[in-house]
Ligand binder design. Structure first.
Ligand code: GS8
Length: 211
């Protein structure tokens, strides 16, 4: 049983939880009280020196960075293969994992931050920041539309870590920021989102996320 220090509705935590479900890894979520600032103090700083969630403990091994944790979990034999079979497939998974982290996540998380998280904390949405990031995200999704016209999933015709990494922020983009038209206006992206978000693993995890 692995221990996941985080929150069951937090994007980076749910990325790890989705992977646990796909890989059939048993886990226990140990809540971190962000409101009380527990993530900025010991003992949490011993788990993640950057004072963020999530962190994973598997016996003596402690990991942080959600995408590194999912890579670790994906190396387990059981459950869905998320890394690709051949060297070429594995390389394509790496490419599209990088695309998620470097191209997709920055604008997508900025939109969610501005429309959902800042107002929830009593702040005001900066419409200019929203506009700039929606434009950036649209351009990224145009590339996805071309890619997904040729393949069912980002790395090829198999579900992989690259697709899984998109689930948390896209969920909040669609259901909380109400920007679903970015997805539905692109037929291949829309079919891909339907394919990946209806997977049983994500259905279980996303039940605990705000809509
Ligand atoms: C980001 C972790 C992160 O931002 C990862 O694990 O993927 N690259 C890291 N965690 C957020 C919660 S999820 O949006 C967090 O801990 N925020 C509180 C803070 O930064 O103080």
């Amino acid at each position: 049983m692995v221990k996941i220090h985080g929150l069951p509705f937090s994007t980076c935590t749910t990325r790890v939880l989705a992977c646990c479900h796909e890989k059939e890894v048993e886990y226990e979520v140990i809540p971190v009280n962000l409101m009380a600032g527990a993530h900025k103090q010991k003992p949490h700083l011993d788990l993640n020196p950057f004072g963020q969630i999530p962190a994973l403990q598997d016996g003596d091994l402690t990991l942080f960075e959600s995408r590194a944790i999912t890579r670790y979990l994906s190396k387990q034999q059981q459950g869905t293969d998320l890394l690709g079979g051949t060297v070429a497939e594995q390389a394509m998974v790496d490419v599209w994992c990088e695309v998620e982290a470097q191209q997709y996540n920055p604008p997508c998380s900025a939109v969610v931050q501005q429309i959902v998280i800042i107002p929830a904390k009593g702040g005001k949405t900066d419409e200019e920041v929203v506009k700039i990031n929606l434009e950036k995200l649209s351009k990224v999704l145009d590339v996805y539309e071309e890619r997904l016209a040729k393949h069912n999933y980002l790395a090829g015709d198999f579900f992989s870590l690259a697709d899984l990494h998109h689930l948390p922020y896209t969920h909040y983009l669609v259901h909380a920021a109400r920007k679903g038209e970015l997805i539905t206006s692109r037929p291949h992206v829309s079919a891909w989102w339907e394919r990946i978000s209806t997977r049983p693993a994500w259905q279980k995890v996303s039940q605990n996320m705000k809509r």
